[in-house]
Design a protein around this ligand. Structure first.
Ligand code: ATP
Ligand code: MG
Length: 649
């Protein structure tokens, strides 16, 4: 069930002539990639420096385990750092780092090279060798990026774990990867206060034997920190004193670069494995075209945390491979107040800003006066990732943040895809509020039904599945240690066709443009109609009083599933109780259809979210159906349920 897609057709934003004139991309990319996909990817791979050039492109003979550029050799860190210094850009700022308490630090490419080299020398001295795993459990400090790059430089496989996760979540990940080293900080700044972090590592490692030999600790807060003799080491007494030159060695294109666990939005997190050459190729390619990035001119800011894949591909690997100058911010958007992001944009003249819909909706909730109090004219491109962005938020983002002129790239991808897959190309294609639009050049996607038949354009039921019908360079190479789960999760559903099943629902509108409708697991079935959570949420957020909404299908004796909505109100809105609920129900009926009318609407103070800002609908479904909560290990704040249950009573 969806709204009439003729409205979607009228709502397209074509690229402006001015943006198009200087854009990195042009329409010929689609033609070239369409005519020779592998040749196109080989061309993109040559953005990188190969110590040994590849002669093969794709090897899919062992599908679904891909090899890309398999006989080539490269060093990922060399590509992100050394070559820019060798090309004469050593003095260019790589990272404008902004600490939460107001301290800041600029690192040039020369600085970064020295730091990464020191860390590489010290880690080698510790006895780590290529193939070993390193867990990185750090807040957004420059040393976290240095640690990732130093690992990459040595062929160590890193596993970054959100610094907000619990000791047991850390322990699970350390054990799963059998990590030998944990890199952490003494503590982290959270809303003006230092909170201990290293003690969480101690707690994680306290019970039973672990594979961890050393814990390397960066001093960030100065908190009193107990150290375990023989195991724990201070970064400033070791790495910081190491020799600042190191020669990078080349590794196979398929050498494992990192393991990263998915957000856990739909279930137990999966350890997604990525390798080197193909991953870096697509991260760099997409960063160049999707963000229209111009090295030496743009100031780029991706607000993600490095504990999330967006931080890997669009703070560390893609941008640095493209010689970015970027902002890295340690703290929350409302410390010391809600002006923080806009002040940072003004301070550094940020031109490209990439964030998540949840934050855009939070900004909306805080009010437009806040961004409007700042000069945001340096911004020329905005991006969104992580969830479908509802049209209301898209328009607000463009008008209020983008001065009604910037293109917005709504980028669909996953931890598993490694890099952006579906997005408008700024200056090349048009965009529509709420739509991810079309696969990038070189990428192929389909929207199909249960049997694999293409869905009709303009189909109004939410019964399309998003599949990827050709391998791509940055695709996952498996789930760490669990090939069976890899096949089962992604390849079993369309085994005969050989397609990758993304787990997301989607539709194509009358123009053939693609709309992501949220998780397949979240699609609701009401009286035989398949209804997307994203669309009902979007209709609710369309009401001026609603800041955020989460919708789930709860089992219902008469309709199969009944729609249960949880909404957060805007600061100005008055909770008129039953009147408001009736108004909201009517709004959904009007916007979508009477079938999509929620059975219940609960006004709640907060929604359960993962650390990457996604709503955990599966937990709300547990609440709506009165069950015990499932895996909550990746939830930001388990206390939200007390408030939600109170509102639900
Ligand atoms: P898990 O797989 O453990 O349930 P997760 O899917 O939330 O966790 P991620 O890999 O971080 O983990 O998120 C990828 C998912 O985020 C996509 O499958 C999709 O559902 C959603 N997503 C990302 N970007 C977009 C976008 N631009 N539009 C719509 N949905 C998006
Ligand atoms: Mg997922």
């Amino acid at each position: 069930m969806t709204t009439d897609s003729s409205a979607e057709h009228l709502d397209a934003y074509p690229p402006s002539a001015e943006f198009a004139a200087a854009a990195n991309g042009d329409a010929s990319l689609y033609d070239r990639a369409g005519a020779d996909r592998e040749g196109f990817w080989a061309e993109q791979a040559r953005r990188l420096h190969w110590h040994q050039p590849f002669t093969q492109v794709l090897d899919w003979t062992d599908a679904p385990f891909a090899k890309w550029f398999a006989d080539g050799k490269l060093n990922v860190a060399y590509n992100c750092v050394d070559r820019h210094v060798l090309d004469g850009h050593g003095d260019q700022v790589a990272i404008h780092w902004e600490g939460e308490p107001g301290d800041s630090r600029d690192l040039t490419y020369s600085d970064l090279l020295a730091e990464v080299s020191r860390a590489a020398n010290y880690l080698t001295g510790l006895g780590l060798v290529a193939g070993d795993r390193v867990a990185i459990y750090m807040p957004m400090v420059p040393e976290a990026i240095v640690a990732m790059l130093a690992s990459a430089r040595l062929g160590l496989t890193h596993s970054v774990v959100f610094a907000g996760f619990s000791p047991s979540a850390l322990r699970q990940r350390v054990d799963d990867a059998a990590a030998k080293l944990v890199i952490t900080t003494d503590g982290q700044w959270r809303r003006g206060k230092p909170a201990p972090l290293k003690t969480a590592v101690d707690e994680a490692l306290a019970e039973g034997d672990s594979t961890v030999e050393h814990v390397l600790v960066v001093r960030r807060t100065g908190l009193d920190t107990p150290m375990v003799e023989g195991r724990d080491l201070w970064w400033d007494e070791t790495v910081a004193l190491a020799f600042p030159e190191h020669e990078a060695q080349a590794f196979d294109a398929e050498h494992p670069l990192f393991i990263l666990y998915t957000s856990g939005t739909t279930g137990k997190p999966k350890g997604i494995l990525h390798t080197s050459g193909g991953y870096l190729t697509q991260a760099a390619y997409t960063h160049h075209y999707v963000f229209d990035h111009k090295p030496g001119r743009d100031v780029y800011w991706c607000t993600a945390d490095i504990g999330w894949v967006t931080g890997h591909s669009y703070i560390v690997y893609g941008p640095l491979a493209n010689r970015v100058t970027e902002v890295v911010y340690e703290g929350t958007p409302n410390f010391p107040d809600e002006h923080r992001h806009w002040q940072i944009i003004e301070k550094y003249g940020v031109s490209i800003y990439y964030t998540a819909p949840t934050l855009v909706r939070t900004f909306m909730k805080w009010g437009r006066e806040i961004p409007q109090a700042h000069d945001l004219s340096s911004l020329r491109l905005l991006g969104s990732v992580g969830e479908p962005i509802n049209p209301e938020a898209w328009r607000w983002y463009r008008d209020v943040v983008g001065g009604n002129k910037t293109p917005i790239v709504d980028t669909w991808w996953q931890t598993e895809t490694g890099a952006i897959m579906i997005s408008p190309l700024p200056g090349v294609t048009h965009a529509k509020p709420g739509a991810a639009m079309t696969p990038l050049p070189g990428i192929s996607a389909k929207v199909v039904d249960e049997e694999g038949n293409p869905v009709e354009l303009g189909e109004t039921e939410a019964n399309g599945y998003l599949v990827l019908d050709h391998p791509w360079p940055s695709m996952l190479r498996g789930i760490w240690g669990d090939n069976e789960r890899y096949r089962e999760t992604y390849w079993a559903r369309y085994a005969e066709k050989g397609w990758y099943f993304a787990g997301d629902g989607a539709k194509l509108d009358k123009d053939g443009d693609l709309w992501v409708l949220g998780r397949v697991d979240d699609v609701m079935n009401v009286s035989g109609h398949r209804i997307s959570t994203a669309e009902v949420e979007s209709a609710l957020v369309g009401h001026t009083g609603v800041a955020e909404a989460a919708v789930v299908g709860a089992s219902d004796d008469t309709t199969g599933q009944g729609i249960v909505a949880f909404v957060i109100l805007t600061a100005e809105a008055k909770n008129t109780g039953d009147d408001l609920v009736a108004e909201l129900k009517a709004e959904v009926s009007r916007e979508i259809s009477p079938i999509a009318r929620p059975r219940e609407i609960h006004v709640v103070p907060e929604l359960p979210k993962t650390r990457s800002g996604k709503i955990m609908r599966r937990l709300l479904r547990d609440v709506a159906e009165g069950r015990e909560l499932g895996d909550t290990s990746t939830l930001v704040d388990p206390n939200v349920f007390e408030a939600i249950r109170a509102g639900n009573a």
